[in-house]
Write a protein of this length. Structure first.
Length: 304
């Protein structure tokens, strides 16, 4: 069997699974079809002979495509999901393939709730809680650590159960990050301790570690691959982060720094549990930052 025929046969065997994944992430049969088609295009462009687990590879790719589509939907302020469901309801009722998707999905009611989640929360929840992917498998898809991915899925579950709306959660998390930045700048060690979870973990990528070491004489915080514990993390940030700005980083509460009028060159990604910071990730790798979305928030809480 030729390579093209083999790819087509195996892709078609996986198509219904991919459509189910995409539908539960996007809530639209039309968008799900588009996501699956884009996955097929990327498969044809790949070095498929090097793929050991085709189903797993395809699931990862369709999830990444859906993540891009969800982020685009948020930025374009597209119509609410309930409008899309209403728009296709009559069509889907006569479509056996759509019936399969609905039967194999979380249902329209929960899809409406899922649409309130941030894109990364939705991906983490759907892939883990519905399709049983491990957090280790999901983390690279959304470019987060395994721990941060676990936190996203946990937060999604709380929102689905009605704990808080996404906006309420986001505002509370921004307050925590803002207080952390202020305590860091002012060198208030005890205030930092109160904001940090006792087992907080600070991680930094290789670029951040090298740059912090090179600027040690200038008072830059000294990062390592991993720093654990509230006291150690508080000492690392005490009197630092002078120019860091409160920001939305990939839709979540965080901070960023960059030259005036330029793109951020440092991203501070926070995970917050029960009102305390449980992890901080410092990202300075240019390739990763290219895929990040930033919204700088000024002192008045306005986005720019």
């Amino acid at each position: 069997m030729e390579k093209k025929d083999w790819l087509t046969k195996n892709f078609e065997e996986t198509r219904n699974h991919l459509k189910a994944v995409a539908y539960q992430m996007l809530g639209s049969t039309c968008e799900a079809e588009d996501a699956v088609q884009e996955t097929w295009i990327r498969l044809n462009r790949s070095e498929s002979e090097k793929i050991d687990n085709l189903r797993g590879w395809l699931t990862t790719v369709v999830a990444r495509v859906c993540l891009d589509m969800l982020r685009s939907r948020k930025s374009k302020r597209e119509e609410p999901l309930d409008d899309k469901i209403s728009e296709h309801a009559h069509e889907d009722a006569r479509n056996p393939e759509a019936d399969f998707l609905v039967a194999d999905s979380v249902g329209p009611a929960l899809l409406l709730v899922l649409d309130l989640l941030t894109p990364t929360e939705r991906i983490a929840f759907v892939l883990h809680d519905i399709f049983d992917l491990s957090f280790e498998e999901i983390a690279p898809i959304i470019d987060r650590t395994e721990e941060a991915t676990r936190q996203l899925a946990s937060r999604a579950r709380r929102r689905i159960k009605g704990a808080n709306t996404p906006q309420e959660d986001l505002e509370r998390e921004q307050e925590v990050v803002s207080a952390f930045l202020a305590a860091s700048r002012d060198g208030k060690f005890e205030a930092l301790i109160r904001l940090l979870h006792p087992d907080v973990v600070l991680r930094a990528d290789e670029t951040a570690i090298k740059i912090s070491e090179a600027n040690k004489a200038k008072g830059a915080p000294q990062f390592k691959r991993e720093i654990s514990g509230a006291k150690t993390v508080a000492e690392t940030f005490k009197g630092k982060a002078q120019a860091a700005q409160l920001a939305l980083v990939n839709g979540s509460a965080g901070a960023a720094w960059g030259p005036p009028g330029g793109k951020p060159v440092v991203a501070f990604c926070f995970s917050i549990t029960d009102g305390k910071i449980s992890s901080i990730e410092i990202v300075m790798d240019k390739n990763k930052l290219e895929n990040f979305e930033f919204e700088i928030i000024d002192n008045k809480g306005d986005k720019s």
